[in-house]
Design a protein around this ligand. Structure first.
Ligand SMILES: Nc1ncnc2c1ncn2[C@@H]1O[C@H](COP(=O)(O)OP(=O)(O)OP(=O)(O)O)[C@@H](O)[C@H]1O
Length: 312
């Protein structure tokens, strides 16, 4: 079990992690999501005792990281910045880690195999591709057979086969009863991998939910309506719980009601409909909607024109 309680990190005046509290339970894969700069890496570094929180506490298996006598057997971690001696082979890197942490050498071949890098185990790390480096980092994280696994963006640099491998690996680690926390900025990938989601933006908790309920809510999407009487229909539909937007003349995007109700309203007022299509919001869109106000650098402007009085 990982527990963050009021975790806060300030750099100067900037609060990059802001009073964050959440739990990560054993036996599940928990996706830690947020846009770039949301504070995911900083939070993970605080969980691992690599950054001191300005306020709050983080415990792994009931104790702070520093309180564990053999941390590598309690927690395995892959962080973005790795420090592997480039002249060392993958096997030698893992052997020296095992030796310095009192881990049996027999684990080395096991994790090399688990990470699918047995064939390149004798090669120097400096010749490794990004994907091979990621696999070596994951092998190192699993070396101590840890109860808790924390991985920061593990699919970075992996090809589709590698992405699938990570997905299955994380699921099997959770099925063995381990606590698995994995960060990503890709909602679609996490939806396939995780059971639970902790979503942050600008250091603050935005959602702590199961993937199932996030998917269900994302499915409550909009209905696309094409009609020559868009302004009239928009005025009839708009209400406290119904929002109507329009991206092009004669087309409405209606949220907060369903296709049947829209069809009935249109029929009751003799409004012809050329199209009436329920649209399930994509998961990625739901994630973007949730985090829109907390992205650090906006590169795309999603323009939605309110139809109140504007739709043609
Ligand atoms: N040592 C530091 N000094 C000052 N600011 C920092 C430091 N480390 C991180 N930050 C800032 O804290 C914020 C959160 O960064 P962090 O790397 O934790 O986010 P992230 O969610 O992991 O982002 P990404 O997905 O881009 O890796 C960013 O605005 C970053 O610039």
């Amino acid at each position: 079990m990982i527990r963050a309680n009021g975790l806060t990190k300030k750099y100067g005046d900037k609060t990059v992690v802001d009073d964050l509290s959440f739990e990560v339970k054993p036996g599940t894969v928990t996706g830690f999501l947020g846009p770039n700069g949301a504070g995911k890496s900083t939070t993970m570094r605080m969980l691992l005792g690599l950054d001191a929180p300005t306020r709050g506490t983080a415990t792994l298996g009931g104790r702070a990281y520093a309180g564990h006598t053999a941390p590598l057997t309690e927690v395995g971690a892959l962080l973005e910045a790795r420090s592997v001696h480039p002249g060392r082979s993958a096997r030698n890197h893992l052997i020296s880690l095992a030796l310095t942490h009192g881990i049996p050498g027999s684990r080395v071949d096991h994790v090399l195999d688990l990470a699918g890098i047995t064939e390149v185990a004798g090669k120097r790390v400096k010749g490794f591709s990004l994907g091979m480096g990621q696999r070596l980092g994951i092998a190192a994280a699993l070396l101590g057979d840890p109860a808790t696994v924390i991985l920061d963006e593990p699919v970075n640099g992996l090809d589709p086969e590698g992405v699938l491998w990570i997905r299955n690996l994380l699921k099997s680690l959770a099925a063995q009863g381990r606590t698995v926390l994995v960060s990503s900025h890709l909602m679609s990938e996490m939806a396939l991998t995780a059971d639970h989601l902790v979503i942050i933006g600008r250091g603050k908790l935005l959602a702590d939910t199961t993937v199932d309920s996030f998917v269900r809510e994302a499915g409550a999407g909009a209905v696309k309506v094409v009609t020559p009487s868009a302004t009239e229909l928009a005025a009839l539909l708009a209400g406290p719980s119904v929002t109507v937007t329009s991206e092009s003349p004669g087309t409405l995007d209606v949220r907060g009601t369903d296709a049947e109700q829209i069809g009935r309203t249109a029929a009751a007022h003799g409004i012809p409909l050329y199209e009436l299509t329920p649209r399930a919001a994509s998961l990625e869109q739901a994630f973007m909607d949730l985090t829109r106000d907390s992205v650090e650098y906006n590169t795309t402007v999603i323009s939605e024109t309110s139809v109140k009085g504007h739709a043609a």
